[in-house]
Design a protein around this ligand. Structure first.
Ligand SMILES: Nc1ncnc2c1ncn2[C@@H]1O[C@H](COP(=O)(O)OP(=O)(O)OP(=O)(O)O)[C@@H](O)[C@H]1O
Ligand SMILES: [Mg+2]
Length: 305
């Protein structure tokens, strides 16, 4: 389905969608990199987040999606590139991310030294969206080179070469996860250059729709129990009765996938949810929550038509 019709169905403001269409006309997609325009396999559900994200990008801003694991940060970033019809570059940040890996490096073409552009230079030049995935894994100092691209100057200085101006269709979308091992705080110079969306856990009604779209043939009644289970784990993590480890939507979707392959629910949820915690006492708490919703013996025939 065309993403714009999905967003219309989701009840996204027609004014915003009209502006997205105008953006698409004004910045025709792709050129040499048209094959980089994503065709997302997953849709992001959550009307408010959609509207805020669209408004931010339409206003010319860069977006930082901050939130716990499996809240759909990468799904949303990819969906945004698709709805704006922009070629997409993805950079996974890590401790050794440096200016060269972002902007580009010198390389020898057999005759002379030439500049081989990196993902930031390419997306800037071709009006793409560039995803800075897990931006807070990198050292802040290494990212200073991005400051001029991210603020009103919209240029990248490449020492020894020309300056690259950032195309009006280009946007930068960062993701980050507070408190993951290996992450650090983003310094003010960087955070000041982004509009920051705090990503919530998926709402129950959105999760119901996600399940029925991801697993055609799933029966609404038991699917509803999985949604309630997720909601309950979310509540318990919110009250700090359990850690965030077991609150893992990715894990729950994986478990349903295993049940579809013929594994019993008890075993599937053990593998994909319970065992994410390494604390025996916590594992027992999680098992109790699961037992109250999903019979361990539930199998493919009960869950799927
Ligand atoms: N609001 C949502 N709408 C649609 N899918 C969602 C939503 N929230 C989570 N998901 C699902 O959760 C899974 C993880 O999504 P994604 O990889 O985008 O998460 P993330 O926030 O980037 O996680 P991490 O911080 O671990 O990288 C996907 O299967 C995605 O479909
Ligand atoms: Mg992610």
């Amino acid at each position: 389905m065309d993403l714009l019709s999905f967003l219309t169905q989701e009840g996204i403001s027609p004014d915003l969608l009209g502006e997205v269409s105008a953006f698409r006309t004004e910045h025709p997609a792709g050129g040499d990199y048209a094959e980089r325009i994503p065709e997302p396999a997953y849709l992001y559900y959550g009307r408010e987040i959609w509207e805020k994200a669209l408004a931010a990008l339409l206003a010319g801003g860069n977006l930082l999606l901050a939130g716990p694991k499996a809240t759909g940060k990468n799904v949303l970033a990819e969906n945004l590139a698709a709805v704006f019809q922009r070629p997409l570059w993805n950079v996974s940040f890590h401790i050794n991310t440096d200016a060269a890996s972002l902007i580009g490096t010198d390389s020898y073409d057999g005759e002379k030294v030439v500049f081989r552009p990196g993902p930031v230079a390419l997306s800037a030049g071709y009006g793409g969206f560039c995803i800075f995935d897990e931006i807070n894994m990198a050292k802040n100092e290494a990212l200073a080179v991005l400051h001029s691209a991210l603020d009103f100057r919209r240029v990248i200085e490449v020492p020894g070469y020309d300056r690259i101006t950032v195309d009006p269709g280009a946007r930068f979308i960062a993701t980050m996860n507070y408190g993951y091992a290996g992450t650090r705080d983003l310094n003010e110079a960087l955070s000041s250059r982004f509009m920051i969306l705090s990503m919530p856990s998926i709402a129950k009604t959105d999760l119901e729709r996600l399940l029925s779209r991801s697993f055609p043939g799933i029966r609404p009644q038991p699917a509803g129990q999985f949604c309630l289970l997720f909601e309950e784990l979310d509540k318990k993590a919110g009250h700090q009765e359990i850690s965030e480890r077991a609150l893992d939507l990715r894990g729950m979707l994986d478990a349903i996938g295993l049940i579809q392959k013929g594994i019993r629910a008890g075993d599937a949820l053990e593998m994909c949810i319970v065992n994410k915690s390494f604390d025996q006492y916590e594992q027992e708490l999680i098992r109790d929550v699961i037992k109250s919703r999903i019979p361990a013996e539930l199998g493919r025939k009960e869950l799927f038509e």
